[in-house]
Design a binder for this molecule. Structure first.
Ligand code: NAP
Ligand code: ZN
Ligand code: ZN
Length: 350
């Protein structure tokens, strides 16, 4: 069985520490990937800290923004060959037979979806471990092809931050003539701005300060509104067709719903620990909607990766060695990242 080096959380809220693990022996449909880079998503942080109230299994090896080189393929694999660059996102399997799986919406599987970490591997019944590790084995149907046009470290965050913003932008019609707000300019938010702008929408960043104004413009936004200033809410009342809300902490949804036009959509992708509330009048008066969206299916993730390759879009990354992960988590909590930490797995291989 391929052995891998990793970093794991052994208890909720404890620093991550080195951890050795075995990957399953690759089966006929599997690819063995030598991981080169893994992005650091705020979901990793929420889960390591046990913030979602799930019964987390430890040790937990986080990481679901994985890019690496295919090292070996099973004898039935047709999508990959050794040497190809491949990606793995938030899930590594699903039931494959429910209506959502059949429609290519595996992220909404009505049976059992296998999360990249914190799940149970179908093949072995053992826990799944994520991408903060040197190797992974995955069924080819759940791995993505990464174009050589993309730098691998900039492609890694596309596997979660990219698809999580691309999918709601597509679903709710971001494009020419549409005004899109991106609430929160972090890992997800900065990809949301790049993607919405590339789709032709007029983008406004809704941020908790004015500090990221120049970055917002560089990423493709027409404007940044500082939402710590109450005037921003009156200036932008009824302005947006769609707001993609990427905020990771508790905030007031009513105030943001009021920035939507009639029939506009507030699409939640951020997953704060605390349940939000909303004043119904903010919705009823203008038939506004609050909705949610979770990553994207395999097909749509591939579409997004190909779109990014064609448009030359990758994430803005700060590459770190694995040994700096605990520091990176602390910096994320202080909102000190522009705009995605990506772990260089060479640091674990030495
Ligand atoms: P991140 O890089 O830490 O960015 C979060 C951003 O939210 C920050 O940059 C900040 O933007 C804003 N923010 C943070 N604290 C705030 C506060 N107290 N008040 C207002 N704004 C605040 O996180 P991320 O990796 O993009 O993830 C964002 C959220 O999406 C997390 O909850 C994560 O779990 C969730 N997520 C969901 C899915 C899904 O499938 N739905 C997938 C991936 C991640 P400003 O500086 O601009 O204010
Ligand atoms: Zn994520
Ligand atoms: Zn299913």
């Amino acid at each position: 069985m391929p052995s891998a080096k990793a970093y794991a959380a052994h208890q909720s809220k404890e620093p991550l520490k080195p951890f050795d693990l075995q990957r399953r022996e690759p089966g006929p449909h599997d690819v063995l990937i030598d991981i080169h880079f893994c992005g650091v998503c705020h979901s990793d942080l929420h889960q390591v800290r046990g913030e979602w109230g799930f019964d987390n299994a430890y040790p937990m090896v986080p990481g679901h923004e994985i890019v690496g080189k295919v090292e070996a393929v099973g004898n039935k694999v047709s999508k990959f060959k050794p040497g190809d660059t491949a990606g793995v996102g938030v899930f590594v399997d699903s039931c494959r037979s429910c209506p959502s799986c059949k429609e290519g919406l595996e992220q909404y599987c009505e049976g059992v979806i296998t999360w990249t970490y914190g799940g149970v591997e179908k093949e072995t019944g053992k826990p799944t471990y994520g991408g903060y590790s040197t190797k992974v084995v995955v069924d080819e149907n759940y791995a993505l092809k990464i174009s050589p046009k993309l730098k691998p470290q900039e492609a890694a965050p596309l596997l979660c931050a990219g698809i999580t913003t691309y999918s709601p932008l597509k679903q709710w019609g971001a494009g020419p003539g549409k005004k899109v707000g991106v609430l929160g300019l972090g890992g997800l938010g900065h990809m949301g701005v790049k993607l919405a702008a590339a789709m032709g929408a007029e983008v406004t960043v809704l941020s908790s300060s004015s500090k990221k104004k120049d970055d917002a413009a560089r990423l493709g936004a027409k404007a940044l509104a500082d939402m710590s200033n109450p005037k921003s809410f009156s200036d932008l009342a009824g302005f947006f067709d769609l707001i993609v809300d990427t905020v990771s902490a508790d905030h007031d949804l009513t105030k943001y719903a009021e920035l939507l036009k009639r029939d506009g959509t507030l699409a939640l992708v951020g997953l704060p620990a605390k349940a939000p509330s909303i004043v119904p009048f903010a919705l009823t008066g203008k038939r506004r909607k609050v909705s949610g969206s979770q990553v994207g299916g395999v097909m749509e993730t591939q579409e997004m990766l190909d779109f990014c390759a064609a448009k030359g879009l990758g994430a803005d990354v700060e590459v770190i060695p694995m040994q700096k992960i605990n520091e990176a988590f602390e910096r994320m909590l202080k909102n000190d990242v522009r705009y995605r930490f990506v772990i260089d797995m060479v640091s674990l291989k030495a």
